[in-house]
Write a protein that binds this ligand. Structure first.
Ligand code: PAF
Length: 332
């Protein structure tokens, strides 16, 4: 009897040891909050989910990534990035649009009609220039891990189809909080109004602005077709995106996890670019089906009219100005 009791106790001890070990390994050692500004249908979210899966699998759950989409952690991308700098948010997936506000050399990507096509973009982002620019954020408390993408930006509005330069005149266009973008729209004759992304849909709906500019995947996944009739495929700026982490958070992780995060970000970025590119190609038709009128204006007059941006803002790039020339000269 005594013997049987001991055996039962032993089995109970083994069971609780196994259960305890299970709980311990199921509990993450590091939980990272990742924020982005767009709905879960957008390619950013697909990229963030792939990143989460890779990291959690490769660290056996020791590092957990919690994703907060659709501006849950801020009013827009500038706000989320500030959260990284303040230590309230750990990770960011989003465009580089607001970054020029605190690291001027990032404005290099905001010059109009800079990139010819995606091959040109990837050649730059995946080469020396892309690596250099991504590294510039470290002194600002942010570590860029990899280049994702938002896509080529296009103009939408509720007033009229845009077939030529004169059709842009006096349109009140929401822009990102980015002085190069604003200067470009002024040169094109529009009235640029910078605004946080979370406010844009309502502003379009209420008519306080006439239009906005964003890549096709954003226009579709944010349902702008409900409040915008006209889409002009202007492809005026290529909008890179990045997956980034607060530098102190990154530095606090053990080396093996830092390596996992860096590799997972790179893999997730390549996947995200594919998803985004597919959306860019497919969603023009989808937007037409949802009632948008799509025009393809001749971009030469737009390029000419906005060319002065290069003169006016080249100086802002400081030691990155020569990289701008390299990008221009590397056009395939
Ligand atoms: O226009 C913007 O603010 C950005 O392009 C967006 C929609 C937040 C995606 O990066």
């Amino acid at each position: 009897m005594k013997c049987r009791f001991k055996a039962v106790l032993f089995v109970a001890f083994l069971l609780s040891a196994v259960l305890f070990a299970g709980t311990a390994s199921a509990e993450a050692k590091f939980v990272l909050k990742l924020g982005h500004a767009v709905p879960v249908e957008n390619a950013y979210h697909h990229g963030a989910v792939r990143f989460k899966e890779l990291v959690e699998e490769r660290t056996k759950g020791d590092v957990q990534i919690d994703i907060f989409p659709n501006n849950q952690l801020g009013t827009g991308e500038r706000d989320i990035l500030e959260g990284l700098q303040l230590g309230t948010i750990d990770m960011y997936v989003g465009s580089t649009g607001p970054v020029g506000g605190f690291e001027k050399r990032f404005l290099i990507f905001d010059f109009p009609f800079l990139f010819k096509d995606k091959a040109h973009v990837y050649g730059v982002l995946d080469g020396e220039i892309g690596r250099h620019i991504l590294g510039l954020l470290e002194p600002k408390g942010i570590r860029g891990l990899a280049w994702m993408e938002n896509g080529f930006r296009n103009l939408t509005n509720s007033k009229r189809p845009v077939n030529e330069l004169k059709d842009i005149a006096e349109l009140k266009i929401r822009t990102q909080e980015n002085k190069v973008h604003m200067a470009m729209w002024r040169l094109l004759g529009a009235d640029p109004t910078p605004m946080a992304w979370s406010e844009v849909f309502t502003a379009l709906q209420q008519g306080t602005i006439d239009g906005q500019e964003n890549p096709v995947p954003v226009i579709y996944t944010s349902k702008l077709f409900e409040v915008q009739k006209h889409l002009a495929l202007t492809r005026h700026v290529f909008s890179p995106a990045m997956i980034a982490i607060a530098q102190p958070v990154f530095a606090s992780l053990p080396e093996e996890y830092r390596e996992v995060l860096a590799a997972a970000a790179q893999e997730a970025a390549l996947y995200q670019r594919e998803v985004c590119d597919k959306m860019e190609q497919e969603y023009v038709e989808t937007l037409k089906k949802n009632g948008m009128e799509v025009t393809t204006p001749d971009i030469e007059p737009l390029r000419e009219a906005s060319g002065k941006v290069y003169e006016d803002f080249r100086g802002e790039l400081g030691d990155a100005a020569e990289l701008l020339d390299k990008i221009v000269n590397s056009k395939p």
